[in-house]
Design a protein around this ligand. Sequence first.
Ligand SMILES: Nc1ncnc2c1ncn2[C@@H]1O[C@H](COP(=O)(O)OP(=O)(O)OP(=O)(O)O)[C@@H](O)[C@H]1O
Ligand SMILES: [Mg+2]
Length: 271
Amino acid sequence: MSVSLSGQAQASSLLQVRGLTRRFGGLTAVDHVDLDIGQGEIHGLIGPNGSGKTTCINLLSGVLLPDDGSVLLDHQELAREPTHTISASGLARTFQNIRVFGRMTVLENVLVGFNRALGYGLFKVFTLRNRSAERRLREQAMSLLSFVGLADKHATLVTSLSYGEQRLIEIARALALSPKLLLLDEPLVGMNPSEVDRVVGLLQQMRSDGLTMLLVEHKMRVVMSLCDRITVLNFGRKIASGRPEDIRSTPEVIRAYLGENHGIGKRVARR
Ligand SMILES: Nc1ncnc2c1ncn2[C@@H]1O[C@H](COP(=O)(O)OP(=O)(O)OP(=O)(O)O)[C@@H](O)[C@H]1O
Ligand SMILES: [Mg+2]
């Protein structure tokens, strides 16, 4: 049974997930999960290692097929749709393990995001016949790079960036889709404190620009300060959802994940 700490699903949910379920053999990695994300909020998805957070993101983004359940984004059913339909419907994501195109420049890595946005094949944007269309896309990619603070590195190979900077490129590439909802799977992993502060500032800016986000993250201080609402998973099940101040004092969440020190317990400190 899950604890709902701040009433019913919001009337203006952008994302409404019901009964989402995925099994791997005998393991139910995601077990009848309900999730409501309100328009314009940063919604945290937290829980111990192996509790099903990445599997949820894979199900929502179409990387995995659900065994059961429904996923409504802006009233459109997306469960079981292919990934390109889901991204065209306005759902973008980043990956827990960075995915960049190692032989491409920083700018080219962001341009790939526009291919997806325009429904092109992966590399079509590099062979556009229409020069003004190409120039426009490059300008948009450069403005996304400016947003994440990496415009001056646009011509360098993406692999020469720091790990944290490569994560910012993933975010810029996801933003090229102009998504309604962005799923972020541990965007702060491997970042130093100043990079963490930078990303937190960017996420705040993105929210004030109207973007809705689902944030999977183990850094509890960030989650608690940034998220409007939080859903907690344990062994694939939702055990609580609500506002940060309520979540951090829920006994079941403290037992399963936070520990008595609220964020500096063993499981959290591993990250
Ligand atoms: N493709 C797969 N095949 C089999 N089992 C899988 C697969 N993907 C995930 N699992 C299992 O499903 C469970 C949930 O995994 P998941 O990666 O979703 O956890 P998580 O909450 O993202 O964990 P972490 O915080 O460590 O990233 C784990 O037990 C994992 O081993
Ligand atoms: Mg994960």
